[in-house]
Design a protein around this ligand. Structure first.
Ligand code: KOT
Length: 830
């Protein structure tokens, strides 16, 4: 019999593993143990990929210890939990983040070095988990990390897409989309939880039933049912103090092989059902800031909302007698309207399944939910055709009508609303073919609604939610976005992190706002030089990536002027390209002038169906090909488009920028978060008064940020006046010549008319104010050229940027949500 050590037995008589030590010897031993017994290789025969897997498994063991401790602590404390419902989590690679937060970076590096394996090299082999499109999904990932780091018991709920965001290649200058396959080699970070699975219904009928001695109630009998199966991924907080859970749902057929069909020889028929079910979680929709109106998308939204709510309710009932205190124990945050059907689904579960009266259920629902809006763009606001909604979710549709009737009754009886005012707040848009407005549903079903920057929140009150804001004036509040300093400073920029640690000690690692202590060092020439030397190294690293991936050489002493983000007309990559062409033209016309060398770097994906965005990508590539090959510019200007922008590429790009382009048409970028990552890493910003740029200006000071262009209210004014670009172009020779160059086919001799519609849109309309803002943008760029020649001044401003960006940490955002909206987490009564 196996000898058990008394001291190692816990209360249940179950043997507990020895605590794992974190020295290089122990780590080396355990990594080799994983290599041997989990992977079946010995150190001599192991390939790089085997070492990655073995290291991941050894690190994972330590995470699991902390994970159980956190779960036990939450259960013991009985405090309020936060559930973050998001269709997207753009996590990126996980190993470096986990190792960093556990404080294992150096010991693991040393352990692997003993076998001649480089940690930095094997980290690159991990697939980049791209379960999101851009800003909204990356914010969810930063929030998960910050909840674990600030002690909030946070649970992420989302979808386990088999195929994440598509891979982008550039062929002859154009975007090509290829399927992404992050799970092909398995995923060591996830744990399938077969015991946490729920039935999700679609379609069918609703009927009233009357049982003896009970009130009549509605019963939904779905025509189709699929199974949602949970996969859990641990999310490690700073210093491993807390490990939270990201629970992603995967769709499976209830009966994977319908035995009847199979036995009768209909193999194909048997598999159709399971294919249809599994299609729900097969692929991430790649449309950012544009509603994907397909039925499958609505199925995805309901699927993960219902599974998450059933899970939340089940856990609540394991710990409580009934659901009447749900809102005291759980806060549910809706990340945009993608999970907004949850409002109707929770009502259904409370009323139809758990027997609550309507009014009490509504009180519980509103107290439980809160909703974050991430865009004001009309084309991105979700509104589902009633006929589709009704066919797929008949009972939820009835509930939405009933919620609407209640809101309208209140508005008419208590506030004297007339028909026009009622139509404005209604959950049903009667205008174009009757649709359910998901933003309105999320708003009325929540006790708090927030925007993601101060400007965006103000504009929400004035535009999309003007009428609901009038009816419920206390509901909207601001929560400015933030980014996690662990991934975006410590891990992406170890050089800068080391310098700051030497200068002010490690306190800023636990409280990033202490980074302000380097502010005075902007006046210290020796410090500035070291700061600049680190920037130089990071630029060399990026220059190497550009050289390897694209066979283009760029000079790290030039200004690295970078715009990386989704490609969208409102983000105005086109304005940046036009400026590059104008500069090209000026350099050729005035070779005698003292031009400051510049490398313009672009990266980002276009939605596959977004024609103009794809043309902009094509233009950037075509322009780069011509300019980079022209000996007349003598390396004074390069234009580079790096393919396949993702989180891992961002980690190399952010630390390497001198200049960050945040040039959206004012009023249209809800917040931006790339702007924060760049500035934290010491880039200066050229930007409009839009989104969080406004607050960055307040924090870094007007001498340290370069603001140009129309304000949001000026943009709105011009749009009302039916502004067009023609007269501006006629009076601005540099702009006209740049546009003429594009139209002439200079950059696309193979297909000279390729960009005609892009250019003619500027003449006829200029909806995005590219012509209107061109001159101010050009002038500001030339000011920056000049400043760059005075390196002392430039670097002092760069230091001020890093020093003053601490407030833009997602730890600060999360603490505000916890205090003002969730009433959960450290220091809250909950
Ligand atoms: C996409 C579809 C519908 C509704 C909203 C979106 C959306 C908005 N996706 N990403 N965003 C961005 O979210 C970021 C995080 O709040 C913001 O910083 C950024 O400005 C939004 O564009």
């Amino acid at each position: 019999p196996v000898q058990t050590n008394e001291a190692a037995l816990n209360g249940n008589g179950v043997q507990k593993p020895e605590p794992r030590l974190n020295d290089p010897d122990t780590l080396a031993r355990q990594i080799v143990e994983k290599l041997t017994y989990s992977i079946g290789k010995n150190p001599a025969s192991a390939r790089k990929y085997d070492w990655l897997r073995a290291t991941t498994l050894a690190v994972r063991d330590r995470i699991i210890d902390h994970w159980f401790e956190s779960a036990d602590r939450f259960a013991e404390e009985g405090g309020k939990r936060v559930c973050y419902l998001s269709m997207e989590f753009l996590i990126g690679r996980m190993l470096r983040d986990a190792i960093n937060n556990l404080g294992l970076t150096e010991p693991v590096r040393e352990a692997l070095a003993r076998y001649g394996v480089e940690l930095d090299m094997i980290e690159l082999l991990e697939p980049d988990a791209a379960l999101g499109n851009g800003g909204l999904g990356r914010l969810a990932a930063c929030f998960m990390e910050s909840m674990a780091s600030t002690g909030v018991p946070g649970y992420g709920y989302g979808i386990r897409y088999v195929h994440g965001f598509f891979r982008q290649e550039i062929a002859d200058g154009a975007q090509v989309e290829l399927p992404e396959n992050w799970l092909v080699h398995g995923n060591p970070w996830e744990f399938e939880r077969r015991n946490a699975s729920y039935e999700i219904g679609f379609g069918g009928k609703v009927s009233m039933i009357q049982e003896a001695g009970r009130p009549a109630r509605q019963v939904w009998r779905p025509a189709e049912r699929v199974l949602a199966v949970a996969y859990d991924t641990p999310m490690v907080g700073w210093r491993g103090r807390q490990v939270n859970t990201l629970r992603l749902w995967s769709a499976q057929a209830l009966d994977p092989i319908l035995l009847d069909a199979f036995n009768s020889g209909d193999h194909i028929g048997a598999l159709v059902e399971s294919n249809k079910a599994e299609a729900i979680t097969r692929v991430l929709y790649p449309a950012d800031s544009h509603q994907a109106g397909q039925e499958l998308r609505l199925r995805q939204e309901y699927f993960f909302s219902s599974a998450s709510l059933q899970d939340i309710i089940r856990r609540h009932l394991e710990e409580n007698d009934n659901l009447s205190n749900l809102a005291d124990k759980v806060a549910i945050q809706l990340n945009d309207t993608h999970p907004a059907v949850s409002v109707a689904e929770l009502m259904r579960l409370l009323v139809d399944v758990h027997g609550f009266g309507w009014d009490e259920a509504w009180t519980i629902t509103r107290a439980t939910f809160s909703y974050t809006n991430h865009t004001l763009l009309p084309e991105a606001l979700e509104h589902w055709p009633i006929h589709l909604f009704e066919r797929l979710l008949p009972r939820q549709m009835q509930i939405i009508y009933a919620i609407n009737a209640g809101i309208i009754r209140e508005a008419a009886q208590e506030h004297g609303y007339d028909d026009g005012q009622v139509a404005a707040i209604s959950l049903i848009d009667e205008g174009n073919g009757r649709r359910v407005r998901m933003g309105q549903l999320a708003f009325v079903g929540s006790h708090a609604v927030n925007g993601v920057s101060a400007l965006h929140t103000d504009l929400m009150k004035q535009t999309v939610f003007r009428d609901l804001h009038e009816l419920y004036p206390d509901r909207i509040q601001n929560k400015t976005n933030g980014v996690t300093p662990r991934r975006w400073l410590m891990e992406a920029n170890p050089g800068l992190t080391g310098l700051i640690t030497e200068a002010i000690g490690p306190g800023f690692l636990d409280d990033i706002e202490k980074i302000i202590e380097i502010d005075d060092l902007a006046d210290d020439a020796a410090f500035r030089e070291r700061f600049a030397a680190i920037k130089r190294q990071n630029k060399e690293r990026l220059a190497n990536v550009i050289g390897e991936r694209m066979a283009t050489s760029v000079d790290p002493s030039a200004i690295f002027d970078i715009q990386v983000k989704r490609i969208h007309e409102y983000k105005r990559q086109f304005l940046n390209i036009i400026e590059a062409i104008a500069l090209y033209d000026q350099i050729r016309s005035h070779p005698e002038r003292n031009w400051t060398p510049r490398v313009k770097i672009f990266a980002g994906k276009a939605a596959p169906s977004y024609v103009q965005a794809k043309e902009i990508i094509h233009l950037a590539n075509d322009v780069g090909r011509v300019i980079n090959a022209d000996p007349a510019v003598r390396d004074l200007l390069k234009v580079v488009f790096i393919p396949n922008y993702n989180v891992s590429l961002a980690e190399i790009i952010m630390p390497a920028a001198d200049l960050s382009e945040q040039i959206s048409t004012a009023g249209l970028e809800a917040s931006g978060t790339g702007n924060m990552k760049f500035a934290l890493n010491g880039a200066l910003t050229i930007g409009t008064l839009d989104g969080a740029n406004v607050e960055m200006l307040e924090h870094v000071g007007e001498d340290n940020i370069f603001i140009f262009g129309l304000t949001a209210s000026e943009v709105a004014q011009r749009r009302r006046e039916a502004h067009s670009g023609r007269s501006i172009i006629d009076n601005e020779p540099m702009l006209r010549e740049a546009l003429d160059a594009i139209s002439s086919g200079l950059f696309c001799p193979d297909s000279p008319s390729r960009f005609h519609s892009l250019v003619s849109n500027l003449y006829n309309n200029d909806w995005w104010m590219i012509c209107a803002d061109f001159k101010a943008y050009w002038d500001t760029q030339r000011t920056l050229d000049d400043l760059y020649t005075r390196q002392d001044e430039w670097q002092a401003k760069a230091v001020h940027n890093t020093a003053r960006m601490g407030w833009f940490s997602s730890d600060r955002s999360i603490r505000e949500y916890a205090r003002d909206i969730w009433k959960a987490g450290p220091g809250q009564a909950g």
